[in-house]
Design a protein. Structure first.
Length: 365
């Protein structure tokens, strides 16, 4: 069981975020400004020892610390979000710093987060910040050239001599077949046998062009919440949300609109069948609370705990079939704004990392 942790690079200033959200904005801005919204609500989340790091520091000390933690507790590598908008890069500096420090012992792969950026966090989904467009072969070639320097890194994860590339919204790419044909040709010219494409199963439309991708990964808990509920469960959820919205429109004292039982979702995560023709890498999640971004309109999973996370890992380990490529995607290493992280905080400290170590050390039942 090889754990790949989703990794967010938005812990440094960029000009665009300064323009859109205010000078000095990073992920830590929302995290620090979070407030508890009900009794027992643990907000704000505080990194252990106030480790509010800056990923733009060229000394790579944060990367070194993160790699040390990951290796100590059994994390196989990071799946780092990559942002490319027809030639324009965003939040690219941290990964380039890692590339410049080959001495840091951490395996990694990239996930092209190919979504249009909007002000969704503040309930303004239609206000576009930067639109995702896919261009033509000229842009595809430029995109490949940029990614190639990472593919050539010995630490970059490869399967059967193919660099692994994850795509978050592959179903949004109309000409995916032509794009991947271009990339596979370029990869072979660069000494590889192609690119190993892993499409994300998430809370959006699912990829159905199975012949174009090599595998899928389940991005939890969003995938199960969107595609795994029964009709009755969906109905109950919608009714509860509607009632909360009505309540909030009437009373001054607000309630969280979306509250999900993590135990119920976790039990459902392992009942879905695998694809007959593609590998499906399962997913797990530590926690979820995006109220730092969306306040009362946020989504909270109640009953999360290091023990529930441990049980999730044990369940997957006992049912994993492909020992050669038994990747498990963990949401997440450092999604602090969504309450979804493995890094130690002031409340749980190292308990989630300890859960990984315990799960990996135990034999299958």
């Amino acid at each position: 069981m090889k754990l790949l942790c989703m990794y967010l690079p938005q812990y440094h200033e960029i000009e665009e975020n300064n323009q859109w959200w205010g000078k000095g904005y990073t992920e830590w801005t929302a995290v620090k400004n979070a407030k508890p919204l009900y009794g027992g609500h643990i907000q704000p989340k505080v990194p252990l020892n106030n480790e509010y790091y800056d990923l733009s520091n060229s000394d790579a000390n944060t990367w070194k610390w993160q790699a040390e933690l990951a290796n100590k507790y059994g994390v196989h590598g990071f799946c780092v979000y990559h942002y490319w908008f027809t030639g324009k890069k965003l939040l690219h500096k941290p990964l380039e710093i890692l590339l410049d420090h080959p001495e840091i012992p951490i395996k990694y792969t990239m996930c092209w987060a190919n979504e249009t950026w909007t002000k969704t966090w503040y309930g303004k989904e239609k206000e576009i910040l930067i639109e995702q467009e896919y261009g033509t072969d000229h842009d595809w070639i430029e995109h490949f050239k940029y990614m190639l320097k990472f593919f050539q890194d010995e630490r970059y994860i490869k399967i059967k001599n193919k660099p692994m590339l994850n795509i978050y919204r592959s179903s949004d790419i109309k000409d995916l077949d032509k794009m991947l044909e271009c990339w596979n040709t370029l990869a072979k010219q660069s000494g590889y046998d192609g690119i190993y494409i892993v499409a994300s199963n998430n809370n959006g439309p699912l990829e159905t062009r199975f012949n174009l991708v090599d595998a899928f990964y389940n991005f939890e808990p969003g995938y199960t919440l969107k595609h795994g509920l029964t009709n009755l469960q969906n109905y109950k959820l919608k009714v509860n949300v509607l009632l909360q919205k009505i309540y909030n429109s009437i009373f001054e004292k607000k309630k969280i609109e979306y509250v999900i039982d993590a135990k119920e979702i976790t039990n459902m995560m392992y009942t879905k069948k695998k694809s007959a023709s593609n590998s499906v890498f399962p997913g797990v999640f530590t926690n979820w609370d995006n109220t730092p971004r969306r306040s009362y309109k946020g989504l909270i999973y109640k009953n999360t705990s290091p023990d529930l996370f441990y049980q999730s890992l044990r369940t997957i380990k006992n049912t994993q079939l492909n020992e050669d490529h038994d990747y498990v995607y963990v949401n997440a290493w450092n999604e602090w704004g969504e309450g979804c992280y493995l890094e130690p905080d002031s409340y749980h400290q190292y308990q989630y990392l300890d859960a990984i170590k315990r799960a990996l050390s135990r034999k299958k039942y």
